[in-house]
Design a protein around this ligand. Structure first.
Ligand code: UD1
Ligand code: MG
Length: 407
């Protein structure tokens, strides 16, 4: 007689084997396809290098994304096909439709990210497209009677009861999750290896969380999440190897959108759409820190990546200059306060007429450079990825010992 555990172990082993094959394919395909991408005009200049004339193939997320999808299609027969052979139970139509729509949503985002790379879409579309791409999945979630209740913190239980059904708000939250995950990864970028590296670290962290939860009462959902996140993480690792310093490939918005959507999708089908945000602590910080520039309270240049210092061969914080009269006084007060707290580097009274302000571009990458001084690009990426790993540790601490106190 087979236990539920046996039913999961074999598919997971096959999943890992397929992922490793995918890893090998990505590793070889990227150099093989590089010149083809450059000829098609899909290349970028490495802005943090002394030599900016070299063309680096861009949108290489297309390669890892395609390999990921192929592996997912091949894997389809494993958890579902075996039903025809070994199981007397009815075919799991609900799970099957969830699995297929997950791939549909991810595939859509890969396609839309690629469109962005080719066409350079405006910001408003970057917000609308992930919402639309998440609709099929939300529909299936609804049909499969996915839960829309949240657990109420202990302190509030006397008034609100143990759980609260937030209904349609839950669906709005889930589609906003897709918008957040895609854009948060996209704006935490600009140095070699960071886009793909953060995706690998977050992916691995989500996988660890899923494995822990395989023993819990939502085991089936976490199993499906694992089946998606393992191939994603391992194929992205193949991309990272070419994207890390010195980059031989750029991932493009194709990858940042595809990666963000994958996290949103596994969180939705795995029923951990709140916990997943814990693995995005650096991205959430980077987003909040970026708000003044994203909403144009402070001017926002096209690129906010750090500044290359040729003499030192190191990166320094990049800055933005503006007239103090062009920014609201409330913003200036906030910037002065943050300067006091050493959270921004603000200089006032600069420029020829002494009427300009200069502040570092408001990204976590620049903040780290403000705090610890100029860094070599490769080691800066490593430090930021270690930070990502440490915050995943913090996330698991918040999720387990700490959350038990409050929930
Ligand atoms: C986002 C950021 C932008 C940042 C850019 C870098 C916001 C609002 N937008 O824009 O500030 O500069 O990502 O990815 O925060 N590049 C490098 N080295 C790298 C990665 C990228 O030089 O390691 C450069 C290349 O020229 C590449 C370009 O960035 O071609 C890609 O930028 P793109 O992804 O199109 O920028 P956005 O996502 O719009
Ligand atoms: Mg981008």
């Amino acid at each position: 007689h087979r236990t539920p555990d046996d039913e999961m172990v074999l598919p997971l082993c096959i999943n890992v084997v397929l992922s490793v094959v995918g890893f090998g394919v990505v590793l070889r395909a990227i150099p093989a396809l590089s010149s083809m991408f450059i000829e098609a005009g899909l290349f970028g200049r490495d802005l943090c290098k002394a030599d900016r004339t070299k063309k680096v193939p861009e949108s290489m997320g297309m390669v890892s994304g395609t390999v990921f999808l192929v592996m997912m299609f091949l894997f389809l027969g494993v958890p579902f096909g075996q039903h025809f052979i070994t199981s007397s139970k009815p075919f799991p139509h609900a799970a099957f439709s969830e699995y297929l729509t997950s791939l549909l949503s991810i595939c859509c985002m890969l396609f839309l990210g690629f469109a962005d790379d080719v066409l350079n879409l405006k910001w408003r579309y970057k917000l609308v497209l992930p919402t639309l791409a998440s609709l099929p999945l939300l529909m299936v979630y609804y049909i499969n009677k996915g839960s829309t209740t949240v657990v109420v913190p202990r302190l509030l239980r006397a008034w609100m009861g143990g759980t609260l059904n937030i209904g349609v708000l839950y669906y709005i939250y889930m589609s906003m999750l897709a918008v957040f995950c895609t854009n948060a990864i996209n704006i935490y970028a600009g140095i070699n290896g960071l886009e793909s590296g953060q995706a690998v670290v977050v992916g691995a962290s989500v996988a660890v969380f899923n494995v822990i939860e395989l023993g819990g009462f939502q085991a089936k959902s976490h199993f499906f999440s694992l089946c998606v996140i393992i191939p994603f993480t391992i194929t992205s690792l193949g991309l990272f190897i070419h994207n890390r310093y010195p980059a031989k490939a750029f991932v493009g918005d194709t990858f940042t959108y595809f990666a963000g959507m994958t996290f949103a999708v596994v969180a939705i089908i795995g029923h951990f759409s709140k916990t997943v945000l814990l693995f995005f602590i650096p991205q959430i910080f980077n987003f909040l820190y970026s708000v003044p520039q994203l909403f144009h309270f402070v001017p926002c240049p096209r690129h906010r990546l750090p500044q290359y210092n040729k003499k030192l061969d190191k990166l320094e914080p990049s800055v933005v200059e503006f007239r103090d009269t062009s920014v609201r006084w409330q913003m200036m007060v906030a910037l002065r306060l943050l300067n006091h707290l050493k959270l921004v580097h603000l200089e006032e009274g600069v420029g020829e007429d002494g009427k300009l302000c200069r502040v570092n571009n408001l990204t976590l990458i620049n903040l780290v450079l403000v705090l610890i001084g100029p860094q070599h690009e490769g080691s800066l990426t490593t430090k930021l990825l270690v930070l990502q790993g440490l915050s995943s540790g913090l996330a698991l601490f918040i999720r387990y010992p700490l959350a038990d106190l409050f929930f």
